[in-house]
Ligand binder design. Structure first.
Ligand code: F0G
Length: 480
């Protein structure tokens, strides 16, 4: 007989701690009022458990802190750059590595250096900054996610896959010349942190190669994606996450990366690619806006931390714990009857706020309303991923709904324990039990791009932008 544990433990112990921001209900109500009901506008000290994002919010390891003391801050030719460059090349195999201060800078440099207005850039789902960077350059961001990926309750192992037939049809319809780049976001953040299979990566890569279209990964969460492949894709159980990641990158021609996710660092990113001509154009674009090519947007010590982070993130024990943490929170929510995107993704649990708050129409932003309410009752901060964040428009400029109204509970890396997750599950279950008390939101301020960050709201009164009591909304639905 051998001891067979049923629990996945955190594969680390805690060396340094930080107090949580405890507040009273009255303090949270005042804070929320001041923030215009937008949790992005809260002060972090007013938040108890911060699941706003997994981006740049994780804990560094002792090895990373140690490496940071070795940072070489030379303007040109920094030793730390070469360490980071070889860490990136070991995983991606790409010839050129351009450090940037975060993912969106890599996106902006790539898009502005090599694309021209009017072009279409398909992806499974472009996340907020990617979409905004394309739109600001008059480029058309197209989401070609498989149908299963848009159905929160539907079980499918790779709900982040791109619909290859729709990609082929789009190329046939508009012509190869209007599609100078295809992207795939791994994992698919906008659609529930769902992975993309190697089979799908291979199929997209084959279409791109056949048409001579460069293919890039938005690789923020590449390690989580690799682990999902190891666990779910036939034939990969015995491969290491590193080997799988290498295979993923080998199918593409380059990547943009927010190292704030699977780089396990608080700030940083990169653009990596094979093509010499594109790389030269991107470097020349990068120098005036980010910095000299051997530091770009990063300090030497940040590049040191990233070089170590890229090793640590591919540890299968870490990745198993990471995915199990999301699965654990998901199971607790399901047990409480809370609808979530299934199966749980890598970096977050996504509550189906549209289904939970069925009395609110999409333009009353159920996800954002739930995030405000959840903060008010519990101090837990979360993030809407729905019609507010996507900000899709009809051809006439009026607002269009996103495929789903989700509330994301993002898990910062190596940060919160099971007890914290239990608290979150209890709070969300309470919100679900009191869902009829949650009113919709209406704008009192709306910015033209990336409006979710700075928006201000008031609770919608009966009849405003389709809000109203459960009974009134149900009555309207019956009339329809
Ligand atoms: N691509 C994806 C898929 C992302 O999730 C993000 C950031 C970016 C690009 C941009 O990277 O923040 O370093 O500029 N997502 C964060 C989030 C902010 O909360 O999911 P960045």
């Amino acid at each position: 007989m051998t001891f067979q544990p049923t629990i996945t433990i955190e594969p680390f112990r805690i060396k340094s701690v930080e107090p949580l921001g405890h507040t009273t209900l009255a303090e949270r109500r005042a804070a929320l009022e001041r923030a215009g009901l937008n949790v992005f506008q809260l002060r972090a000290d007013e938040v108890l458990i911060d699941l706003l994002t997994d981006s740049g919010t994780g804990a560094l390891s002792a090895a990373q802190w140690g490496a940071m003391l070795q940072g070489d801050e030379s303007y040109a030719g920094s030793r730390s750059f070469f360490k980071m460059e070889s860490a990136v090349q070991r995983i991606t195999g790409y010839r050129h590595v351009l450090p940037t201060h975060q993912g969106r800078a890599a996106e902006h440099i790539l898009f502005s250096a090599v694309l021209t207005p009017g072009a279409i850039v398909p992806s499974n789902t472009h996340f907020d900054t990617t979409r905004a960077n394309l739109q600001l350059l008059d480029l058309d961001a197209r989401d070609l996610l498989i149908a299963e990926g848009r159905e929160p309750m539907r079980e499918h192992p790779f709900k982040g896959n791109l619909d290859v037939q729709r990609l082929e049809a789009l190329i046939a319809e508009v012509g190869r010349d209007r599609i100078p780049l295809v992207m795939l976001t791994v994992t698919n953040n906008g659609g529930g942190g769902q992975p993309v299979s190697l089979a799908n990566l291979r199929a997209v890569s084959a279409v791109c190669r056949r048409h001579g279209i460069p293919f890039f990964l938005d690789a923020c969460r590449f390690a989580e994606n690799a682990m999902f492949i190891k666990l779910r894709e036939p034939g990969y159980a015995d491969r290491t996450p590193l080997e799988i990641a290498q295979e993923m990158f080998a199918l593409a021609d380059g990547c943009t990366m927010s190292a704030k996710k699977d780089g396990l660092v608080n700030i940083g990113g990169f653009l990596a690619l094979n093509d010499d001509v594109w790389a030269e154009r991107c470097r020349n674009r990068m120098i005036p806006i980010e910095g000299f090519p051997t530091y770009g947007g990063m300090a030497g010590y940040d590049m040191e931390a990233l070089a170590v982070g890229l090793e640590e993130v591919l540890d299968p024990r870490y990745l198993q714990y990471r995915l199990d943490q999301a699965a654990y929170l998901g199971e607790r929510l399901l047990a409480a009857g809370v609808p979530i995107v299934r199966p749980t993704g890598g970096h977050a649990v996504f509550v189906d706020a549209g289904a939970l708050l069925a009395h609110l129409p999409w333009h009353a932003f159920p996800g954002a309303a739930l995030s405000a309410y959840l903060y008010e009752i519990s101090g837990v901060r979360s993030c809407e991923i729905g019609s507010l964040l996507f900000g899709l428009k009809h051809a006439d400029g009026s607002d269009a709904p996103a495929p789903n109204e989700l509330l994301r509970l993002a898990l910062p890396r190596r940060m919160y324990t099971r007890a914290h997750l239990d608290y979150v599950a209890e709070a969300v279950a309470y919100a679900a039990a009191h869902r009829h008390a949650i009113r919709g939101l209406r704008f009192t301020y709306e910015a033209p791009v990336l409006r979710h960050f700075t928006a201000r709201f008031a609770w919608a009164e009966t009849g405003e932008r389709g809000g109203g009591s459960v009974e009134q909304v149900l009555a309207r639905q019956l009339v329809r």
